[in-house]
Design a protein around this ligand. Structure first.
Ligand SMILES: NC(=O)c1ccc[n+]([C@@H]2O[C@H](COP(=O)([O-])OP(=O)(O)OC[C@H]3O[C@@H](n4cnc5c(N)ncnc54)[C@H](OP(=O)(O)O)[C@@H]3O)[C@@H](O)[C@H]2O)c1
Length: 307
């Protein structure tokens, strides 16, 4: 096991939803964290004096990183998948990771922990996917497959590579940030038929799985970051309504989403995948949130009603 104390770690895309929680957690564990950002001044304002923020890896105060955590990428659900947007989603991950590897090739890191997503597996209503499964079909699956391919190319430099296939992350902001307003107004409802799987995971457990992937050499390869209990969209909708104490009577029609978002609706909203965290469970990773309602309550800061 690698001890994080005084280890220089470079985190790309550290200013985002996951990085905002992971970077302080790594720093608290004693690591010397540098954030690689397109706007280091903004990143410095976000993190304060303790975290060094740079535009290029060579500017890191501690010299070449021993560990790289690669989170950077344009938001997959932020904008419809036009041809220009697809290019941006691909370039901001694959070309970005290729450039990162080039810039570190003279002094390669010992460990790379690269983000990926459960979108790697494609979609299915009937199958359960584990890390042993290959990539599925569709744009999201191709994006993840090629991003992982670029990350795996670090292995040729002697770097131990782990790709963390992240599920739908529950925390303050992110997916729940978008869902909270319509649900709070009583306008929430299932999406389409509601049978599509949602392999969710609490932000605390994503941070824990990234940290474990850095320190534990056993976790090289692919690791699913999902809770052990995926739910259908209908179940998720019911649980969110219950936590917010609001009705969930208004299903969002599939045709409407398809006409607004095209293929993005079919891959991200109207279909999903039942993904099992096989390797995290085998490594006895201690999930803090294995059950959806508790995870939602924690993420939204809602306590359970007593009695
Ligand atoms: N959150 C989830 O539910 C989830 C699920 C599955 C997979 N993931 C993956 O995990 C990674 C981290 O997720 P996140 O939710 O923390 O993402 P996020 O909040 O969107 O943050 C990603 C970071 O990437 C950088 N970035 C954005 N656009 C970029 C571009 N065009 N080129 C280069 N860098 C860019 C930004 O940092 P700067 O502005 O500082 O450069 C941003 O803060 C992402 O790649 C995401 O696809 C997330």
């Amino acid at each position: 096991m690698l001890d994080l104390k005084n280890v220089p770690i470079l985190v790309t895309g550290g200013t985002g939803f996951i990085g905002s929680r992971l970077v302080p957690s790594l720093a608290t564990a004693g690591a010397q964290v540098t954030v690689l950002s397109r706007d280091p001044a903004r990143a410095s304002r976000q993190f304060g004096a303790g975290i060094h923020c740079v535009r290029h890896p060579s500017e890191a105060k501690e010299g070449p990183p021993r560990v790289v955590v690669n989170l950077a990428g344009a938001g997959i659900a932020d904008w419809p998948w036009t041809a220009a947007r697809r290019k941006e989603l691909l370039d901001s991950r694959i070309a970005y990771t290729d450039r990162l590897r080039d810039s570190l090739s003279d002094t390669p890191p010992e460990v790379l922990v690269n983000a990926s997503a459960v979108g790697y597996y494609g979609v299915s209503e009937s199958r359960t996917f584990t890390e042993e499964d290959g990539p599925g079909e569709g744009f999201a699956a191709e994006l993840c497959r090629d991003w992982e391919g670029s990350a795996e190319a670090f292995s040729a430099l002697g770097t131990r590579v782990t790709c963390v296939r992240i599920g739908l992350v529950l925390g303050p902001g992110g997916l729940l940030g978008r869902m909270k307003l319509p649900f709070s107004l009583g306008l929430g409802g299932r999406i389409g038929h509601g049978r599509q799987w949602m392999s969710w995971v609490h932000l605390d457990d994503v941070v824990g799985i990234f940290e474990r992937s850095i320190t534990d050499p056993e976790l090289a390869g692919a690791v699913n970051a999902t809770a052990p209990t995926p739910v259908t969209n209908a179940e998720f909708t019911r649980a969110l309504g219950q936590v917010l104490n609001r009705p969930t009577l208004f299903p969002v029609p599939a045709f409407l989403l398809r006409s607004l978002l095209g293929q993005m609706a079919d891959e991200l909203l109207l279909a999903g995948a039942h993904v099992s965290p096989g390797r995290a469970v085998a490594a006895a990773f201690p999930f803090r949130h294995s059950e959806l309602e508790g995870a939602l309550r924690d993420a939204l800061g809602r306590t359970a009603k007593s009695g």
